[in-house]
Design a protein around this ligand. Structure first.
Ligand code: UT7
Length: 336
């Protein structure tokens, strides 16, 4: 019996309307557009405004669009996985809330927390369910409302992040296209450099934790940068070597968008021209679990059946990984 392969059969993404520019940030903290652009490549980011709005609202927009454009009945969905570090609540899972909001009633659902690598971890997890043959339609959402955990008085982090998300529909492939290989890694010792100090079981929320601003992203930029720049490139080269892929065989690199310099270093190590790299960090910043599906959605029109894609990410945890897949449909033929 030939192995069942999981293929992405639809993609949709969504970003909130409000745009926070570098110019506006210049008025909020001691920074400059020039510093942000040269160190990160970010010009603006989208922010979800509105009382009571959370990550599930981003995910819901993405999934609604996905169901519509793939002509999928919500009743036919078997599983929903949501990758996020900014869940609506500590529990229940944001995937459950999204499912409820879009009317998915016959699926089970759960969240995956692997920081910026969460979308890749979730895609690999979802593909295993498809490969068993038991599950036919699985939705993977990557979404974050990073503005809910960003301290807008801390110039070292507030310039980096934005809010957005996307969703893909995975189904069994009818041909050789689909997810072919993946490598995922974790190094928990890296947690000291990037984490949120309070709100978990070690330091539950208290007046003190709020006063100390411990519910925000804590990041030591340089050590994270050093790890990210080598690990994301290493794992991308590893996935090429494992699958005998030469630079010219790769149609697109879809990198996590944390820093333009990390993306450049990865592309360079893979021997790829800029034209083959999906980059939209300038307009969205780091949307954590949203970056990769946001790119796939934006580039959908240019994606052709059989294209070789490498997806790569690095994030808090530390977590990192890469996926090699063959794109399964002509993007132009499908409404965006
Ligand atoms: O996606 C999850 C994983 N995260 C990442 O991949 C992020 C990895 N790290 C980075 O992308 C970079 O380290 C940052 C963009 C966060 C920082 O860039 P950097 O080149 O590593 O800068 P730095 O932290 O070494 O700071 C250099 C200087 C410091 O001043 P002094 O100490 O040299 O006087 C900072 O205080 O730049 C200062 N600085 C700023 N200046 C203006 C830090 N943030 C800002 C700012 N505006 N926003």
């Amino acid at each position: 019996m030939t192995k069942i392969r999981a293929a992405i059969k639809g993609i949709h993404a969504w970003a909130p309307e409000y745009v926070l520019t570098n110019k506006e940030l210049e008025k909020m903290v001691d920074t400059t557009d020039e510093w942000i652009m040269t160190r990160t490549g970010i010009k603006e980011r989208h922010i979800l405004k509105g009382e009571g709005k959370g990550t599930s609202d981003i995910g819901t927009e993405a999934v609604k669009g996905l169901l519509k454009k793939t002509n999928t009945n919500p009743d036919d969905i078997d599983l929903v996985i949501c990758a996020t570090v900014t869940p609506d609540m500590v529990y229940p899972a944001t995937a459950n809330i999204i499912s409820d909001k879009v009317g998915i009633k016959n699926a089970f659902s759960f969240d995956i927390n692997a920081a910026c690598s969460g979308f890749l971890y979730s895609l690999v997890t979802a593909s295993q369910f498809i490969e068993t043959g038991k599950y036919k339609k699985v939705i993977v959402v990557g979404a974050d409302k990073m503005s809910s955990v960003v301290d807008y008085t801390d110039r070292t982090t507030c310039v980096l992040f934005g809010d957005a998300g996307g969703a893909v529909l995975l189904e069994p492939s009818e041909d050789e296209n689909g997810i072919i290989d993946s490598r995922l890694y974790t190094d928990g010792s890296g947690r000291v450099h990037l984490h949120q100090k309070a709100g978990g079981s070690v330091r539950p929320a208290s007046h003190e934790t709020v006063d100390n601003k411990e519910h925000f992203v804590y990041q030591e930029g340089q050590p994270v940068f050093k790890f990210a720049v080598t690990r994301m490139a290493d794992v991308s080269v590893e996935i090429m070597e494992r699958n005998n892929l030469k630079s010219e065989d790769i149609s697109w690199l879809v990198p996590h968008q944390a820093n333009m310099r990390i993306i450049d270093a990865t592309a360079r190590r893979m021997g790829l021209e800029k034209e083959k790299v999906m980059i939209n960090i300038e307009r969205y910043g780091n949307t954590t679990n949203g970056t990769i599906p946001m790119c796939l959605h934006e580039w959908q029109d240019q994606l052709k059946k059989g294209d070789n894609l490498v997806l790569a990410a690095f994030g808090g945890g530390f977590t990192w990984g890469a996926i090699y897949l063959k794109w399964a449909f002509d993007g132009k033929a499908v409404a965006k």
